[in-house]
Design a protein around this ligand. Structure first.
Ligand code: HEC
Length: 255
């Protein structure tokens, strides 16, 4: 296969891949717009799958472009080298300039990939963290649990003790019921204090969120609670606690 023929083949493949990028890009922009992944499909493929295709086509195009550059390397080095006065000799080493150029490109790409990888941030949910540290001016909680939304938005499976539940105690209770102060001889950092030990009646009845005394305290239902407004949590936190108790209130050792 001579050089010209190879160039033509490469150019045809490049053109086809470019067409592939444009069409898949169009599909991702218009027929299957962002966030349609769960609801729409086109010719049997979802947005996610079209996105994958788009990525692989672009990778193919990148490889073809590199081959194209390699085939024209002699021309590139001499022309660009001369224009930019980079050449010291009349017959530069193609391999050396190739390695140098490749090295610079790979370095830049690595720096970019590393920066991007480390800049990813979780987007805060609408309620997340909103009430932390603002005890006392939490949302007004409904007077009765029967008026709490029955199909609340909290997925029981998704609520975890150390991720979602313990931070609520830590932020709202630990200062008075922890290692420093142990008001009412109750500590939120002792598992047994919730489940009824030393003759104390349990605060948590696993599987029965609505019937658990803890929920009555933090939702403001219990009228005789000392410092009631201190003990009242935001509706979102109450729902989280309730969902966790409903799912069995598993208290695992922190891993
Ligand atoms: C500003 C301090 C303070 C904070 C914060 C606080 N409490 Fe209390 N808590 C008290 C006081 C005061 C009492 C009453 C102590 C007594 O009866 O001697 C009490 C009592 C209790 C009791 C015992 C109630 C009873 O009589 O059966 C429980 C359970 C309790 N708190 C849970 C919590 C929980 C859960 C949190 C976090 C949502 C919390 N507390 C946050 C001060 C606080």
């Amino acid at each position: 296969m001579n050089r010209t023929f190879a160039n033509i083949i490469i150019d045809i493949i490049a053109a086809l891949l470019l067409l592939g990028m444009i069409t898949t890009g169009y599909i991702l922009r218009f027929p299957l717009p962002p966030s349609s992944n769960k609801t729409l499909s086109l010719w049997g493929y979802t947005r996610h799958q079209w996105g994958d295709g788009h990525f692989w086509i672009s990778l193919g195009l990148l490889i073809i472009l590199i081959i194209h550059l390699v085939l024209h390397w002699n021309w590139i080095v001499t022309v660009i080298g001369k224009r930019c006065h980079l050449l010291q000799t009349a017959h530069p080493s193609l391999i050396r300039s190739g390695i140098l150029t490749g090295g610079i490109v790979i370095c830049l790409m690595t720096i970019f990939a590393w920066t991007a990888e480390n800049s990813v941030k979780e987007i805060a949910g609408p309620m997340r963290g909103k009430h932390l540290g603002h005890r006392g001016n939490a949302d007004p909680v409904n007077e009765s649990l029967t008026t709490l939304p029955i199909h609340n938005s909290i997925d029981q499976q998704a609520v975890g003790l150390w991720k979602d539940i313990y931070p609520i105690f830590e932020n709202n209770c630990l200062s008075c019921h922890g290692p420093q102060k142990q008001l009412a001889n109750f500590r939120v950092d002792r598992r047994e204090d919730f489940f009824g030990s030393n003759g104390r009646s349990p605060l948590i009845l696993p599987g029965q969120g609505a019937a658990s005394p803890l929920i009555a305290i933090v939702s403001g239902i219990r009228k005789d609670m000392p410092m009631a407004n201190v003990h009242k949590l935001s509706e979102q936190d109450v729902l989280k606690l309730k969902a966790w108790i409903d799912s069995g209130a598993e208290w695992t050792v922190k891993s």
